[in-house]
Write a protein that binds this ligand. Structure first.
Ligand code: NDP
Length: 610
């Protein structure tokens, strides 16, 4: 896909069209979701049950360990492995899921795959001596890889699965964290790592009548293979139980786009309820070439990760090693700036390029979808970075099938009845509803994603300390919560990358390395110095890039708080502003460890109530 220079860009017409499409989607019910967190008594909490692993009763555990790690996704798994590398074996991994994998444990829907290249997304490939089978890995390969890290590094057998943390509390007398779980466990730990991920809170919209539906309904993150038949096997439609079933898919985001092709091959009929069309670029997945490994030098994976991040940040690189369609995001986010141009001219050139990229996506739909009216409904009309770009090669073709119907409903699904789904005042009778309605994701505060109260010195809850926004040091520590490490993630004063594994790997290495240094020095309590935290927070606020004007014109999505970008908070910014200075942040973390001077921390200082 290459933008054509002859694309005609008429700013007024484009603004009017984008505003018109935006207005259709700014409904009052938008963004109203079920509260499925710990304290809520919402009946839809039943949707969170684990369909993948049977629950096995066990006696509560009272235990003392060096490190407790909450969250068995990529961040937690890599941290445990790096702790082992640092000689720290007494580690207890805890997760609500029935096994290792985090988002890849839960998301086993048909067609699930990662749209970031496997060679940079799947962590620790060199350490594990593993080369992924395809350029973009299916979910099962990622999950099994993470599981094999747990096996190889020996922390899986000791982990507590199907165990939800209900409270983590710092005990000043004991100088330990005490982690309480929903199975009555009490885990005492010198160091606590909280790594909840960004896709752990299932988002289900409030739609009147949902509880009355008499068929089968589940969220895409809890695919019920027993009901559908089949098993996660790449893109294959093998769900034999659906041959006589009509299925509704609500949502057309990253998950739905992957679900539709195999689902359409299996089900009698599929209705796809689309509120906002996604911009879906070319995927071009392929098998790993036989000679892929031959050229690789030690350190290749980190080099490739850094190369991808550099490309996405608009840095000059000798060669784009990953070389895929994420390049459009890189180019749109980092427009070429001619120093002779005025600010207005730069903005206009950037917008024109953005328009060309979106036209490219719209033309792709015209080429792939035979029915022009359906093709038109599938076209995204907004600027490229208003929503997360997607990539898929089979999604559009599914709309050429007789057993797939697109229900274009910019106002969303308005009701669920005993027998089906209502949109545009019409009821569609279905046997099964798949809520592919996403996750709370990156704009949800960390303390909510953590899923349980984290109580620091003087009984202060992290939720209270951060009620006006995060306050960290290095995006990892927070004052008043000694010996606590927060896995860096978006909105928490570290940095962002499309390849979240890159950020998590840097975070995990820092956390494991810091714990190793603190243990070696015999430190019992490590808290953040007040001035260090104040300085870090000030740097974040000073570097904050206000994008609210851009976001205000965007189609509503979670990225602009469903159409209200004024909710954005400078405290949730990144180190270096914008997507963040990933390499500057990486260097700070590495230098901190190399110096070994514990800069910014106060060690073994007694707590004085203020
Ligand atoms: P998304 O948030 O991307 O999509 C949710 C979908 O549900 C949207 O299309 C949304 O519409 C729609 N929706 C929500 N409520 C309603 C309603 N009441 N009526 C009709 N439609 C509704 O969630 P996903 O699970 O698809 O993805 C979440 C994130 O997970 C992605 O952004 C990505 O970060 C990650 N992901 C990554 C993958 C990868 O390959 N790396 C694969 C899958 C997920 P609207 O667009 O209007 O809000």
């Amino acid at each position: 896909m290459t933008p054509t220079p002859d694309t005609h860009f008429d700013p007024d017409a484009v603004h009017a069209k984008y505003a018109e499409e935006r207005a259709k989607r700014l409904t009052e019910s938008r963004g109203v979701i079920h509260d499925l967190t710990l304290d809520s008594d919402d009946p839809l909490k039943a949707y969170l049950a684990d369909p993948h692993t049977p629950f096995v009763e066990r006696a509560p555990i009272k235990d003392d360990c060096e490190v407790a790690v909450i969250g068995a996704g990529i961040g937690g798994v890599v941290t445990c492995a790096k702790l082992r590398d640092a000689g720290i074996d007494d580690v207890r991994l805890i997760d609500k899921a029935g096994g290792i994998g985090g988002t890849w444990y839960w998301n086993r829907y048909p067609g699930v795959m990662c749209d970031v290249e496997s060679y940079i997304y799947m962590p620790m490939l060199e350490e594990m001596g593993y080369i992924p089978t395809t350029k973009y890995a299916f979910g099962e390969e990622i999950r099994l890889h993470l599981d094999s890290i747990g096996e190889k590094y020996g922390f899986k057998d000791h982990a507590l699965f199907h165990t939800g943390v209900v409270k983590s509390e710092w005990d000043e007398g004991e100088t330990r964290w005490i982690v309480h779980t929903d199975r009555g466990d009490e885990i005492h730990a010198r160091w606590l790592v909280v790594s909840p991920g960004i896709l752990n809170l299932v988002k289900i919209p409030v739609i009147p009548g949902m509880e009355e539906f008499e068929g089968k309904a589940f969220h895409s993150g809890r695919w019920d293979w027993e009901y559908t038949g089949g098993h996660p096997d790449g893109n294959k439609g093998n769900m034999t139980n659906l041959a006589d079933k009509v299925v509704a898919v609500i949502g057309t985001g990253a998950s739905a786009v992957q679900i539709l092709p195999p689902l359409a091959e299996s089900a009698e009929h599929v209705y796809v309820f689309q509120r906002t069309p996604s911009a879906i670029g070319v995927r071009d997945n392929r098998s790993t070439p036989d000679d892929f490994e031959r050229e690789l030098q030690p350190g290749w994976q980190r080099e490739r990760m850094e190369n991808f991040t550099a490309v996405l940040l608009g840095h000059d690189v000798e060669r784009n090693l990953v070389d895929d369609a994420w390049i459009y995001m890189a180019k749109v986010a980092n427009p070429t700036i001619d120093p002779t141009m005025s600010m207005d001219e730069i903005a206009r050139a950037a917008e024109e390029f953005d328009y060309e990229v979106m036209e490219l996506h719209r033309k792709r739909i015209e080429e792939l979808v035979k029915n022009p009216a359906i093709a038109e409904s599938l076209k995204p009309y907004y600027r490229y970075l208003c929503k997360r770009p997607l990539f898929h090669d089979e999604y559009y073709d599914a709309f050429n099938r007789d057993n797939v119907t697109l229900v274009d409903c910019p106002g969303g699904v308005t009701q669920v009845t005993k027998h089906g789904v209502v949109a545009n005042d019409q009821q569609y009778e279905v046997d099964c509803i798949v809520y592919a309605t996403g996750f709370e994701a990156e704009v949800t505060p960390f303390y909510r994603r953590a899923g349980h109260p984290i109580i620091g010195r003087g009984g202060v809850a992290l939720a209270d300390k951060w009620k006006d926004g995060p306050r960290t040091y290095l995006g990892v520590f927070t004052r008043g919560f000694p010996n606590l490490f927060l896995m860096p993630s978006p909105g928490m004063q570290s940095t962002i990358s499309v390849n979240f594994t890159h950020i998590l790997t840097e975070g995990a290495e820092f956390i494991a390395g810091a714990i190793g240094l603190l243990e070696a020095k015999g430190v019992r309590i490590a808290d953040v110095r007040e001035d260090a935290e104040d300085d870090w927070v000030q740097q974040i606020v000073d570097g904050y890039a206000d994008r609210s004007e851009f976001m205000a014109a965007c189609t509503p999505s979670r990225l602009n708080f469903e159409g209200d970008p004024s909710a954005a908070n400078p405290l949730s910014g990144t180190y270096g502003g914008g997507y963040g200075d990933v390499f500057g942040w990486r260097d700070l973390l590495r230098e901190w460890r190399e110096r070994g001077d514990f800069a910014g921390l106060e060690l073994d200082e007694p707590y004085v109530e203020s």
